[in-house]
Structures are given as structure tokens and as C-alpha cells.
Design a protein around this ligand. Structure first.
Ligand SMILES: [Zn+2]
Length: 345
């Protein structure tokens, strides 16, 4: 009885295009007994057994390249003991281009703007540090999946306007053209880090499409709520046509379901009324639950009733009978007139 295998081919790209590399190994049993294949994935060992002489099998693998630029794996026949057979041993090295930086929670790919190394490093470090902080608020869907950040030279929305960033699933796209204008206007490359935090929150949540379609105000409000909690505000500034708005939660009458900063402002109020509300709302989005029902059944009041008490608190016109409170809230009202919501993104 001779156990003998034959590595037919190994199909992995020598240069990765992302930090997640997939490929396959085809090998066959050419002996007259079952044969073993042993694969060493950078120290992690996998054994495969092929029973049928004369048969070939394909094994597919996905390799996650973390914190280094090259990855080595060894494919070898195995005699069934801990000693590897020396024949037919192959070593493959996969190189990750320097324009892809892997970290443990995320990776960044700036292959389309290869000169932006400084910005890419700044963004990947910002994301790496903040992902665990956001996950202390909520874990989102597919919590262990890494987040991919891709820098595009320019990103336009469906109306052809400059769009700072966009997220789909666990991938975040950033618009280099936008961030260059930000750096120029604010004299600070980090001035719009909050937009990146906002997108990272979308990627962590990874809401089912139907849940997002039904509740855009909530998805966008929560992302700006997280941006506020992690303290990444941005003041409004303008230069010509470039006018990034004020990105700080603010009260606007009728604004609770208008997305972004005004919804974030309502969510800050809601959290004070019901401290578990934020976690519950994230979970409801993951479950694609009916948000109206969540308010009525879990929170014991409709979302409209919450908004009514919220607006009574922030709107001075509701306090006409109480002069002290009117004066106090009148100041808030005046301030609210000068506050602008941030542009949609
Ligand atoms: Zn958003």
C-alpha cells in the first residue's frame, strides 16, 4: 500500500489585488492508498485527505493578509505522521502591493491614487482605532468581517455632484477630490474625519438593503449620532461653490426624521429617555424589523409621540404659558435659526 499524492497545480496570484486573496490547489492521489496533503498557511496548518487512487480534487482557499506585505504558504504531501514528506513540496509567496495597507479591523486600498500615501495611512489608522469604539455602541451585522476602505480619485452621486463618501456592505469608498478640497479649505487634512467615521458606522451596521430603504432617516441619523459620540464635529465653511455644512447635531422643528444631524439630535434626546434605545434600533435594522412597531411595542410610545415631547422640550413656542422657560428656550430657538444641517451624503 503506497500513499502518494501529486500536486497538480497551485493557482494563487503572486500579487494580490486586495488583502483577501483566494485561489485553489488541485492535487491527485496517484498511489494505491489514501493520500494526505498538508498546507501550511503561514503557520496555520490544514490537512486534506484524498481516499480514491487516481482521483483529483480541487481545494479552494481564501487567505486574509494581515499586517504584512508578503504571505507564504507551503503545500506538501504528508505521510500521515507529523513528519512531512519532502517530495513535491511547493512554496508560494503572495505579495501585497504597497498601496494596500492591511490592519486587523480594516484595510485601505489607494491603488487608484498611489501618491496619497499620507492620507491613506491617516485614514486607515483613524478607522482601525475607531472601529472597536463604534463596536462598543453596536456590533452591526457580520461583525467579524473586515472593513475595506477604497480611495477613489473622484466620486459623484446620481446627480453628478461631488459626494464625500459612500458605503456598500463592508466597503467604504472615499472621494479624494473632496478630501483635498477639505484640506485646502480648513488647512487641515483631518477636518472631515467625521465623514469617515459616519461611513465606517454604515459599514459596521451593514444594514439589509430593505431596512435602509424603509428607514434612511434612522440609518443616517445613527451614523451622525455615532460621529457625535466619538467627537468628530465639523464647522461650516465655504469657498466658491465648495460649501461643506455644519456637521453637529442640531434641533430643527420637524427635523427628527429628516436624516443626518437633525435626526442625530432627536436620537440623543431619545437615548436620554430610554438608554437602551440606540442598541435596540441598530438591532431592529439588522433584523429588518418594522421600526414603528419597535417604538410602540418595545419603547411603549409611537415615534411620533416621542417627537412631540422632544419638540415641546426644544421648541420655545410650546412654552408660551411659562415665561422663564420661554426666555430660556428662546435663546435656543434663535441659535437654531443659524444652524444648518450638513449636506446629504
Ligand atoms: Zn450616510
Amino acid at each position: 500500500m503506497v500513499a502518494k499524492g501529486n500536486i497538480d497545480y497551485i493557482n494563487f496570484p503572486p500579487e494580490a489585488v486586495s488583502d483577501n486573496v483566494s485561489g485553489s490547489i488541485r492535487w491527485g492521489n496517484v498511489g494505491d492508498a489514501s493520500a494526505n496533503l498538508k498546507i501550511d498557511l503561514d503557520g496555520k496548518q490544514i490537512r486534506k485527505r484524498l481516499f480514491n487512487p487516481g482521483q483529483f480534487e480541487i481545494h479552494s482557499f481564501a487567505i486574509t493578509m494581515s499586517d504584512k506585505e508578503t504571505f507564504t504558504f507551503v503545500v506538501q504531501q504528508d505521510d500521515g505522521t507529523d513528519t512531512w514528506m519532502e517530495n513535491d513540496r511547493r512554496t508560494i509567496t503572495i505579495r501585497l502591493p504597497p498601496t494596500i495597507i492591511p490592519r486587523s479591523n480594516c484595510s485601505i486600498n489607494y491603488s487608484e491614487v498611489p501618491s496619497e500615501t499620507e492620507f491613506a495611512k491617516q485614514v486607515v489608522d483613524l478607522a482601525e482605532i475607531n472601529i472597536p469604539k463604534i463596536k462598543s455602541i453596536h456590533n452591526g451585522r457580520n461583525r467579524d468581517e473586515k472593513i475595506n476602505i477604497i480611495i477613489k480619485p473622484i466620486l459623484l452621486d446620481s446627480n453628478g455632484n461631488d459626494c464625500p463618501a459612500a458605503t456598500s456592505g463592508k466597503s467604504v469608498l472615499l472621494n479624494m477630490h473632496w478630501f483635498k478640497q477639505i484640506a485646502d479649505l480648513y488647512k487641515d487634512m483631518n477636518a472631515d474625519n467625521g465623514s469617515i467615521i459616519h461611513e465606517i458606522d454604515h459599514a459596521i451596521l451593514d444594514a439589509p438593503y430593505d431596512a435602509f430603504k424603509a428607514n434612511p432617516w434612522l440609518v443616517e441619523g445613527l451614523a451622525d449620532f455615532v460621529r457625535y459620540k466619538l467627537n468628530y464635529p465639523r464647522e461650516a465653511k465655504e469657498k466658491g461653490d465648495f460649501k461643506p455644512g455644519r456637521a453637529i447635531p442640531n434641533y430643527i422643528k420637524g427635523g427628527a426624521f429628516k436624516s443626518y444631524q437633525t435626526s442625530a439630535h432627536f436620537l440623543i434626546y431619545l437615548e436620554k429617555e430610554r438608554p437602551t434605545a440606540i442598541k435596540e434600533l441598530y438591532q431592529a435594522l439588522i433584523d429588518n424589523a418594522n421600526i414603528d412597531h419597535v417604538f410602540i411595542n418595545q419603547f411603549k410610545k409611537s415615534k411620533e409621540e416621542y417627537v412631540k415631547s422632544y419638540e415641546e422640550k426644544y421648541d420655545p413656542k410650546s412654552y408660551d404659558n411659562n415665561s422663564n422657560r420661554t426666555r430660556f428656550n428662546f435663546l435656543n430657538w434663535i441659535l437654531s435659526i443659524f444652524r444648518k444641517s450638513s449636506p446629504p451624503r
